[in-house]
Ligand binder design. Sequence first.
Ligand SMILES: [Zn+2]
Ligand SMILES: [Zn+2]
Length: 145
Amino acid sequence: MSGESSDGGGHSHGKKRPAGLPKNEKLVWDVLASTHDPLKAYEILDKLKDKGVRAPMTIYRALDGLESKGHIHKLEGLNAFVLCNHEGPHMVQTFLLCENCTNVQELELRAVEADIAPAVKAAAFQMSTARLEIKGQCQSCAEAA
Ligand SMILES: [Zn+2]
Ligand SMILES: [Zn+2]
C-alpha cells in the first residue's frame, strides 16, 4: 500500500540478481526485490511456502549468507531485511526510516564512510559494519500531514 505514489527518488529495485547464489538465497533475494518494504524472516518464509520452503532455518541461513555477502541489510530496530541498493559491499550503511509508515530508504553516503573508517582505524579497531538509522518522516507522510 505504501510508497506507490511519487517517491521523488526513483527508488525502485531495478537490480539484477547477483550471479552464483545458492537456490535458497535466490528465492529470498527475489522476495526482497519484489517489495520496497523491509521484511521480517517469517514474512519471507510466508511468501516462500508456495515454493516448498517450510523451515525457518532455511530462511535464516539464506539471510545470513546474503547479508555476509553484502546483498541485503538487516535493520536491527525493525528486525527486518532490505535489499542493498548499492553496487558492491559497503561497511557503513545509512538508512532513512519513516516513523509513520514502513518506508525505508537506503542512502548512499560515501562521506559517512569516509569519515568513520579512518576514525575507527585510528582507534585500532577492526570494524565489520556500522549502521546509521536516520528517523523521521518520509516524503509522502510529510505531505499527508
Ligand atoms: Zn547497502
Ligand atoms: Zn512515511
